[in-house]
Structure formats: C-alpha cells, structure tokens
Ligand binder design. Sequence first.
Ligand code: SF4
Length: 149
Amino acid sequence: MEAILVSACLRGIPCRFDGRHKASPEIEEAIAGREVISFCPEVAGGLATPRRPAELAGGDGHDVLDGTARVVEDTGRDVTAEFVAGARRALVAARRGGCTEALLMPRSPSCGRGVVYDGSFAGKLAPGDGVTAALLERNGITVRSASGV
Ligand code: SF4
C-alpha cells in the first residue's frame, strides 16, 4: 500500500496552535497498515507552538497561493509567508515519501479540505481549502479530511 501524508496533530504530536493534539483511535484505524509520514506545515513553516490562532483572510488557500488572500493571526500579524513555506515543505515531504494521498485535519487554515474557518475568529466556517491542502491538490495528491475530529 502506498505511503500517506498525515497531519502530525492527528498522530498525537502536540503541534496545534494551543499546544494540543487530535489523536484518536479512528485515525489510527483509518491509516492502519500504511506507511505514514506525519507532518505539520505550520511548524515546518517556522511558527512556534503554542502560537496565536490564525485564519484565512480574503479567500481560501488557493487564493493565498495565487497571492490574492492572506493568513493572519487574531492579533492581525500576517503569517502568510510561514503558511506558504510550510505548504511547500509538506509537498516536498509528500513527494519524497511517494505519497499520492493525504489525510489532513479538518477546518485548519493549513490542513482544512473543503471547509475552513472564515477569517472572523468567531468559529464560523466557509467553503474552501487550507494552504497546504490546496498546494497538495494542485500537485496531484488526493487530500481527504479526517472525520470525527
Ligand atoms: Fe499542524 Fe495541520 Fe495540525 Fe495545524 S492542522 S497543527 S498545521 S498538522
């Protein structure tokens, strides 16, 4: 079976903005028997843990990659460069590992697929992909969103 790239926080690595993780038996079951590459794009992009929450502003991850949207923290600090750098490193890791598929954390401005927080920092969701999910998809890697987290 081919290797799969998985959001590191889903594998028990405490790399979320709040210093926690999102491991679950359901995730381990979903990837059982696969070669797994655990990866956190935000840490790889140079951000600390814990860190301020960040959301997409003015579009989704595709728009960020196209230069028409940004990623900002709740303080207003622009972290677009770190998010794009992390996405590029995720793509490199996926290619090196021979991954054709990724299982990523839902709703995240990096890892979200199909729906992401809308930039209001009010817990509201909007259609779209995170920056890493968008870059992986653009490069032929099938991105699935983990369920139940
Ligand atoms: Fe890192 Fe993605 Fe998990 Fe956020 S959702 S902590 S970027 S692996």
